[in-house]
Design a protein around this ligand. Structure first.
Ligand SMILES: [Mg+2]
Length: 257
């Protein structure tokens, strides 16, 4: 970890020391078709208009992700919704990217760890993941995320991994230790939104998901900041690009143009 690393309130899984390739991926809106926290905020919190306005403030830098995200989630609690209720709502409504299962199976068969790096809350991710990919894979996939505190009165709040960071969870902290290894692996990162800004410039190959709903915040950020990336619409389109690099048929520069 770098000297400027924010203090983490939550543990990290051990590093995979000897891998040639590592996949790190955002969960919400990347492995899933819709962002679960946006879904909750739009439907049982303060609604889509206010949520989008908040996202755009984060993108513009007038608010940070941690505080904007906390406001979104607080609006759900203020409307009286328990954490268990949220879990159920998401289990019933959140869907998997159509190409992810095959992508994950290929990575597993090729000894490439897949790590979920999320600004969401781990218990919600596990609850949805177990329904979407089955308990076995859900238990196996590493998740580096935030957590939740549920109070005796049923209210709840997000427990940020890096409360001192404006990102709440600074995703670069999941990537940088790999870069510091003596023989660092090639790092693929997949993301879609403002929660991925902290990670965007540290991957070797950054995949940015394009969205039909026009909420392409990470793509907008990468264009503005001139961060090289590859656009993909779902994991079935990303898989051949990852394969071509892993199999040595293409260099990173040939894929990321
Ligand atoms: Mg996302």
């Amino acid at each position: 970890m770098s000297e400027n690393a924010p203090e983490s309130t939550l543990p990290y899984p051990p590093l995979h020391q000897d891998k040639k390739f590592i996949v790190l991926s955002d969960w919400d809106g990347t492995i899933t078709t819709h962002d679960s926290n946006d879904y909750m905020t739009d439907n049982i919190g303060f609604g889509k208009d206010k949520r989008r306005a908040g996202n755009l403030e984060i993108l513009a830098g007038t608010d940070n992700f941690r505080d904007g995200f906390r406001k979104m989630l607080a609006s759900i609690v203020e409307n009286g919704h328990t954490f268990e209720e949220c879990k159920e709502l998401l289990r019933n409504n959140i869907k998997l990217d159509p190409g992810f299962k095959e992508f994950y199976a290929w990575c597993k068969n090729n000894d490439i760890p897949v790590i979920i790096v999320s600004s969401g809350m781990a218990p919600l991710i596990r609850a949805v993941l177990s329904k979407l990919v089955g308990q076995k894979d859900a238990d196996e996939i590493e998740i580096i995320a935030n957590d939740v505190t549920v109070f005796p009165d049923g209210k709840w709040e997000i427990k940020f991994r890096h409360p001192s960071s404006g990102f709440g969870h600074d995703k670069s902290q999941a990537i940088l230790p790999y870069r510091a290894l003596s023989r660092p692996p090639t790092l693929f990162f997949f993301g879609d939104g403002v929660s991925d800004i902290s990670a965007a410039k540290y991957a070797d190959v950054l995949f940015v998901k394009t969205k039909l709903d026009g909420e392409n915040d990470l793509a907008a950020y990468c264009q503005r900041e001139e961060i090289k990336h590859v656009l993909f619409s779902d994991f079935s389109k990303a898989l051949p690009m990852v394969q071509s690099i892993v199999e040595g048929k293409k260099t990173i520069d040939e894929v990321v143009v």
